[in-house]
Design a protein around this ligand. Structure first.
Ligand code: NAP
Length: 154
């Protein structure tokens, strides 16, 4: 099965592409580095040709409130439209546990918009909610401005 992985060069995407290939699928990474840009639409129609499933594990290059909202709103809208036109039959997206309860954060407001656009699209979908990954720990610690970050023992 041809599965297009949007963000297939990223932290999650590159591992996902490897695993899908190991299961015998034609997994195609799609990202600006491979000539596909969901914000501008560049390369989308071409990469989606003959695809059955799209997995969206892309992320905004900027986490500033306006930029991240623009990223998830525009890229999700473009992707859903192009996938529908290409005859894709399932849309999978990776989101974060608690997105709907963290709406004071611009990032999570944008992830919620992404989820709503998918739910309203009419395309069969799976939205996977994951907790943040171990690799994210350094970034979280770096964001701590005072003292030593503490980690709960449980
Ligand atoms: N990391 C976590 O802890 C975690 C936990 C739960 C959920 N998630 C979700 O998982 C997703 C991926 O996170 P990640 O940490 O793997 O991200 P990441 O390592 O930053 O990778 C981002 C990917 O998005 C691509 N991208 C950026 N702009 C794009 C555009 N305009 N068009 C198409 N692709 C574009 C990048 O391509 P280039 O390489 O070409 O720049 C890269 O492949 C996010 O939606 C995030 O909310 C992450």
């Amino acid at each position: 099965m041809k599965i297009v992985v949007i963000g297939g060069t990223g932290l999650i995407g590159s591992k996902l592409v490897e695993k899908l290939k190991a299961h015998g699928h034609e997994a195609v990474p799609a990202a600006p580095h491979t000539g596909v840009n969901t914000l501008t639409g560049e390369g989308l129609a071409e990469v989606l040709r003959d695809a059955t499933v799209v997995v969206d594990v892309s992320n905004s290059p900027s986490f500033a409130d306006d930029a991240v909202m623009e990223f998830f709103r525009t890229s999700t809208t473009n992707l859903l439209k192009a996938a529908s036109e290409a005859g894709v039959t399932h849309h999978v997206a990776l989101s974060v546990v608690g997105t709907e309860r963290l709406q004071e954060s611009g990032y999570f407001r944008a992830k919620r918009v992404q989820e709503e656009l998918i739910k309203e699209s009419g395309m069969p979908y799976s939205i996977v909610h994951a907790t943040q990954f171990f690799e994210f720990m350094k970034g979280i610690a770096d964001l701590s401005t005072e003292g030593t970050p503490s980690v709960s023992p449980r």
